[in-house]
Design a protein around this ligand. Structure first.
Ligand SMILES: Cc1cc2nc3c(=O)[nH]c(=O)nc-3n(C[C@H](O)[C@H](O)[C@H](O)COP(=O)(O)OP(=O)(O)OC[C@H]3O[C@@H](n4cnc5c(N)ncnc54)[C@H](O)[C@@H]3O)c2cc1C
Length: 450
């Protein structure tokens, strides 16, 4: 008899992984701790419960990266997308779902599938190899004992309990007639290292206006349950630094030292905002040390006052939340397996993707890779020209392990399409080229027996 594949966690990722494996004809044991052990956010014992909003975001598969991910998942027989479509609510170009009917629909299918066995109860440590293949999909609210076991099996620096996300910007939306590439004191052994940073200068007036805007901007509050998990001083939001004193940022992330502006070599900047390459492709830059709890609309407004960022397009905005995730670029191979324990795969938000759809997508991929492994087939992960492949490539290698923070899908993770112009004006044409290429490559991957 074929050995079952174990999945820990019946959320967005675990449910999708279970479905993919079961429909491929293999047995699955799905372990879910609810209702025996609760999280502060889940309210039911249903599978794939949506803990907050009811939106799967844009459904536009021609011009939006998450819409493209929907498309790829639908093409791969995704249960999450099928139930999302079945229980969709009117929401313009977005896909919003009736949350109770959606989770009930997923649960009904999972419970009815003859290849899926449900075991209710917390799994408190990483299972031994006797279990065979296991997928850990316990999400941002992984139980404490399992989190401790993950820590023991990896190391202290490889598991985070908070994300501290600095805004990330598409490189081609930065005005290089004002910004310039240079690392502080020209540090770095290679040309690539010496130009890994991008700098935006401010004069005294611009700095003071920026601090005023920062202090006045509307912020989101920590939820009660987040207040118990303190974040480190090294992750202080910029507005908190500004509240500590008007000069604090100038002595911190905005210090102007070790840099010369080639556009105005004779003028010393009063402050400098630095951005660092965020992916190997060089298409994304994060604003160094700029984690923030400003509301999203306020972030774009305030950050676009920075010289060079007036037209900035944000791949993702900043935030600080309670979130359990592993350092995937360090720990996982490109098949989503622990490098040190190839029987253990991770999937969902715990891998450092963010959002319902991205988490379910990583469940889909983990499920299919587990099936291939069980059948002794060697399959490559999808190309990074697809939404699925762009995400997996980012978290298992494209992102820098030293600064790894959760990511949602966006076109900055895709390699550029040749002969298509950058810039804001050509965006529509460029995104269509990305999605056409992705659809062809994803269909190929599925056809090759993935
Ligand atoms: C408060 C909050 C609000 C959020 N709001 C949004 C939002 O509005 N939109 C959005 O896109 N994303 C949101 N997210 C992120 C969201 O959680 C993820 O996008 C998504 O649910 C992650 O899917 P997942 O399968 O990885 O984890 P989950 O869906 O959380 O599933 C993990 C499952 O594992 C179970 N589990 C945990 N530990 C164990 C264990 N030791 N043994 C057995 N079972 C275990 C849990 O009970 C849970 O059912 C939010 C997250 C939180 C915490």
């Amino acid at each position: 008899m074929t050995k079952p594949i174990h999945i820990i966690g019946g959320g967005m990722a675990g449910s999708e992984a279970a479905w993919q494996i079961a429909t491929a004809g293999l047995p699955v044991i799905l372990h879910e701790m609810r209702p025996n052990v609760e999280t502060f956010a889940h309210q039911t014992q249903d599978f794939a419960e949506l803990v907050c909003s009811n939106s799967f975001r844009s459904d536009d598969h021609e011009a939006n990266a998450v819409g493209l991910l929907h498309w790829e998942m639908r093409a791969a027989n995704s249960l999450i997308m099928e139930m999302g479509d079945e229980h969709a609510l009117p929401a313009g170009s977005a896909l919003a779902v009736d949350r109770d009917a959606f989770s009930a629909g997923v649960s009904k299918r999972i419970l009815a599938h003859e290849n899926i066995t449900i075991e209710r109860g917390e799994i408190s440590e990483i299972p031994s190899d006797d279990w065979g293949q296991t997928i850990i999909a316990t999400g941002p609210l992984t139980s404490q004992s399992l989190a401790n076991s993950i820590l023991e099996n990896t190391d202290q620096a490889s598991l985070a309990f908070f994300d501290a996300i600095a805004p990330i910007i598409h490189a081609d939306s930065i005005d290089m007639s004002k910004a310039w590439m240079q690392s502080r004191y020209d540090k770095g052994d290679t040309e690539e290292e010496r130009t890994a940073y991008l700098n935006c200068p401010m004069d005294e007036q611009q700095y003071n206006d920026f601090i005023d805007a920062l202090l006045a901007a509307e912020k989101t509050e920590f939820k009660d349950w987040e207040k118990d998990t303190p974040y480190f001083d090294g992750c202080l939001p910029i507005e908190v630094m500004a509240e500590r004193g008007r000069e604090t940022l100038r002595w911190g992330p905005m210090k102007p030292v070790g840099l010369t502006n080639p556009h105005q070599p004779g003028i010393k900047a009063h402050a400098v905002v630095q951005l660092r390459r965020d992916n190997a492709l060089g298409t994304l830059f994060n604003i160094v040390g700029f984690q923030t709890k400003m509301k999203y609309g306020e972030q774009t407004r305030v950050l676009r006052t920075i010289p060079g960022l007036e037209e900035a397009e944000f791949a993702r905005l900043g935030g600080i939340h309670r979130n359990t995730f592993i350092n995937s670029p360090l720990l996982l191979d490109d098949q989503m397996r622990l490098k040190s324990r190839p029987n253990i795969r991770f999937a969902g938000q715990i891998t450092g993707v963010e959002g319902y759809v991205e988490s379910a997508a990583m469940g889909l991929l983990a499920g299919r890779l587990a099936v291939a492994q069980a059948q002794g087939r060697d399959i490559e992960t999808p190309r990074n020209t697809t939404a699925m492949g762009a995400l997996i490539t980012h978290i298992t290698g494209g992102a820098d392990a030293k600064t790894f923070q959760p990511m949602n899908v966006n076109f900055g993770l895709f390699p550029p399409v040749e002969n298509i112009k950058g810039g804001r004006r050509n965006r529509k044409e460029r995104y269509k080229a990305y999605t056409d290429r992705a659809k062809a490559d994803w269909s190929d991957w599925l056809q090759q027996g993935a």
